[in-house]
Design a protein around this ligand. Structure first.
Ligand SMILES: [Zn+2]
Ligand SMILES: [Zn+2]
Length: 81
């Protein structure tokens, strides 16, 4: 999902959702229920600059962004994406 303003650095970028495995053998993630979602904003400023990733903690997901994420998740659950 493209966003105009990263809540961390203020630059435009793409908000992506990631799931993680923590590596503990007895954890629920070992059987496939991964941890997450974790949100990351990927910035691709230009081909001359390195790609920058901002990790967005839950407390940065507020206001407008929170609304858009809710919409996105709702669409996903409804099978629209
Ligand atoms: Zn950023
Ligand atoms: Zn785990």
């Amino acid at each position: 999902m493209h966003i105009d303003k990263c809540p961390k650095c203020g630059d435009p970028g793409f908000l992506v959702k990631k799931y993680r495995r923590c590596g503990k053998p007895n954890c629920k993630c070992a059987t496939g229920s991964l941890h997450g979602p974790y949100w990351t904003v990927q910035h691709h400023p230009s081909r001359f600059k390195p790609i920058k990733d901002c990790h967005i903690s839950q407390k940065l997901l507020t206001g407008d962004l929170e609304e858009r994420i809710k919409e996105l998740l709702a669409k996903e659950q409804a099978g629209l994406i």
